[in-house]
Design a protein around this ligand. Structure first.
Ligand SMILES: C[S@@+](CC[C@H](N)C(=O)[O-])C[C@H]1O[C@@H](n2cnc3c(N)ncnc32)[C@H](O)[C@@H]1O
Length: 183
């Protein structure tokens, strides 16, 4: 039992570290979509590490939600069903943890709560599959529901789709999809 707990603790430290690197790559793209003072809801926030990076980087007022509350940094956790209206709703690496047949309805549901919706997804490669294997070891639901750039563009055909430029040292590829707003 203790070993399992220790294993989970190490995994959680590894995840937090990798999120910092991912945040560095993604923040320049999020920065132009979220304004200082915007009310932002981060859906599927996980531990809230990424939410906190976005909050600090953009100066927004951050709210978070997920299937369960594992949030750090004292970020305000709001219910998944009793929702308010926000300037921006973020879904960062959430949809590939949802069965493919349900991904569109999850996005449509959250569109009802944001003037702007920003969906960020990881494109499939062996590193992405390996990271999700670690997520699975950590107890997360992992349906391996990645889509290609073309796959996301087809699914969210009413979104602007931007491919994120990955630095040489960074082994993942991401896509940013935006609906609403003027940026
Ligand atoms: C890989 S983690 C991403 C965490 C964080 N957004 C990040 O980028 O670091 C995926 C998260 O999506 C959440 N999730 C999965 N299905 C969801 C759903 N239908 N609605 C909201 N969150 C969901 C999981 O609980 C998990 O915390």
């Amino acid at each position: 039992m203790l070993r399992v707990r220790r294993g989970r603790c190490v995994l959680s430290m590894v995840f937090d570290f990798t999120i910092k690197i991912r945040a560095r790559v993604l923040l320049p793209y999020i920065d132009c979509l979220v304004r200082r003072g915007d009310r932002v809801l981060d859906v599927g926030c996980g531990s809230g590490v990424m939410s906190e990076f976005v909050r600090r980087g953009t100066g927004c007022v951050m709210f978070v939600t997920d299937l369960k509350n594992d949030v750090k940094f004292g970020l305000p956790f709001v219910s998944m069903i009793k929702q308010d209206k926000y300037d921006v709703v973020l879904l960062i690496d959430v949809l590939h943890h949802v069965e493919k047949a349900e991904q569109l309805s999850v996005v449509r549901y959250w569109e009802g709560f944001g003037n702007k919706v920003v969906v960020i997804e990881t494109l499939p490669n062996w590193v992405a599959y390996f990271v999700d294997f670690l997520n699975w070891l950590g107890g997360m639901f992992v349906p391996y529901a990645f889509r290609s750039f073309r796959g996301w563009s087809d699914l969210l055909s009413d979104y602007r789709v931007i491919r994120v430029g990955s630095p040489l040292y960074y082994p993942l590829n991401h896509v940013v999809m935006v609906k609403g707003g003027d940026c």
